[in-house]
Design a protein. Structure first.
Length: 45
């Protein structure tokens, strides 16, 4: 059996998983930054 398809599939899974984790982290970071900014503006009042 040729191992190349398995190696390509493993790289694809790793790259897609890393990209998904990066996108999820970025979206959570944006939400937390918005929440922190709203708290900061409420304290300034």
């Amino acid at each position: 059996m040729d191992p190349v398809p398995f190696i390509v599939a493993a790289y694809a899974v790793a790259l897609l998983g890393s990209a998904g984790l990066a996108l999820q982290s970025f979206s959570v970071m944006r939400i937390k930054e918005r929440r922190a900014e709203s708290v900061r503006t409420r304290e300034d009042i």
